[in-house]
Design a protein around this ligand. Structure first.
Ligand SMILES: [Ca+2]
Length: 420
């Protein structure tokens, strides 16, 4: 499946007959892609849905169906996902098609105002389902931004912990499962559990509150990779670092604020202090960005938990920069964010933010200075985010942590970084 910007130039190729055919074929909620005179013929189906980032149906999107034929793309039909829960369905003869989603005015998909999926129907009885698109969420002027020096943007990826199953792109690096080489069944993974209530009660960047959260616990067998390469390490992480396995890939030039809710266990077995230890030895990783594509999976920006607080570790040039906070409350929901200008060059920059007081309002405070450094490591093109405990502490095989909302906000490169 490929998703590309639809090339507007193709619209010039519509013949009058094609447009007339498309008008004739429009029906309410679905569109037949064959002339009415052939109605008795058995047909295949292409169906799917347009959703918001939180999974709710998106209305007012248009879905166009084009037949792919000798490098031509002729419009067969259109439908608008107004009243059917954001779903659409086309009745088609066997052949290959481009499904082009058109966002409502002012909205966009990750690929832009349109999103395209190509698919083939190989028989006149085949149902091709799951042809879906997800709108980005415009946000701004919400309490979820309180304290930040910017407001607004687009949430381009999110996990609001709405479902018992970790969302698909998160299912990757948990203990007991290899790195994508075995199919993943979250219902059998006792190290990733879900609760439907008790999550972070304060508003997200999108201004919503969600009740669910996930607990990630290192209480099972090691991942096959760890067992083969470092059998004294344990981890229960969500998120890989490839195009098909990451929540989101951050690319060169992007300015993004990545924020998540996390609750440290009230009685931690982690022995290390953020004031005297670094990295996964004696501390436990909370989140990380790995630099990735086309090769290389090195952690560039990481957050660790110690018995006494949190540590930010960023690889800068040939060394590492640490920010240690040793009075972080436990057993309450914390909000941790990092504002990053992604770059392999010296115009890269980052600043760490957080609301760590666990009270009843959101009020971000800077946790670090603005730092200017490459934020994507040499040889890589992107950064991939993952969450979950990962540590090298032999005496504590079990360590859990609660995670609620995760949002990745794309915002303007010219936005303020805040006062020094
Ligand atoms: Ca607060």
């Amino acid at each position: 499946m490929s998703i590309n910007h639809f090339r507007r130039a193709h619209r010039c190729r519509w013949s009058i007959a094609t447009v007339l055919t498309a008008i004739i074929l429009l029906t309410t909620g679905s569109a037949a892609a064959e002339p009415p005179g052939r109605g008795q013929d058995k047909r295949g189906v292409i169906e799917g849905a347009v959703t918001e980032l939180d999974g709710s149906p998106a209305s007012s999107s248009r879905v166009d169906l084009f037949i792919l034929n000798n490098n031509r793309q002729d419009l067969l039909a259109s439908t608008t996902t107004e009243s059917a829960g954001g779903t659409f369905s086309f009745s088609v003869r066997k052949g290959c098609y481009a499904v082009v989603f058109v966002a409502p005015p002012g909205r966009s998909f990750p690929a832009g105002p349109t999103s395209r999926v190509d698919t083939c129907v190989t028989s006149n009885s085949q149902v091709v389902s799951g042809i879906n698109a997800t709108l980005e969420s415009p946000v701004g002027q919400d309490d979820g931004f309180a304290g930040l020096p910017f407001d607004g943007g687009q949430v381009v990826a999110a996990d609001y912990a709405l479902t018992p199953e970790a969302i698909g792109v998160w299912n990757y690096v948990t203990n007991g499962f290899h790195l994508g080489l075995e199919s993943y069944d979250s219902s059998t993974d006792t190290q990733v559990t879900h609760q439907t209530s008790g999550g972070d009660p304060l508003p997200t960047l999108g201004g919503q509150t969600y009740q669910g959260y996930r607990t990630l616990t290192t209480d099972g067998p090691q991942s096959l990779w760890d067992a083969a390469n470092q059998d004294d390490h344990t981890r229960s992480q969500l998120g890989g670092w490839g195009p098909g396995s990451s929540l989101h890939l951050s690319g060169e030039g992007d300015r993004e604020f990545i924020v998540y809710s996390v609750r440290l266990s009230a009685d931690t077995p982690i022995p290390g202090s953020v004031l005297s230890h670094t990295g996964v030895r004696w501390l436990s990783m909370v989140s990380q960005f790995k630099s990735t594509l086309p090769s290389g999976n090195a952690p560039a920006i990481s957050v660790y938990e110690g018995r006494d607080g949190l540590q930010l570790r960023v690889r800068e040039n040939n060394g590492s920069h640490y920010v240690n906070i040793d009075d972080v409350p436990r057993g309450v929901w914390l909000r941790i964010g990092i504002d990053v200008h992604w770059s392999t060059g010296n115009d890269g920059a980052y600043r760490w933010w957080g609301d760590l007081d666990g009270d009843t309002t959101i009020e971000f405070k800077p946790l670090s200075d603005l730092r200017r450094t490459a934020t994507i490591l040499p040889g890589s093109e992107a950064a991939a985010f993952n969450i979950g405990p990962y540590h090298h502490v032999e005496t504590i095989p079990t360590h859990g942590r609660d995670y609620a909302n995760v949002e990745i906000l794309s915002h303007s490169a010219t936005d303020s970084w805040g006062t020094p």
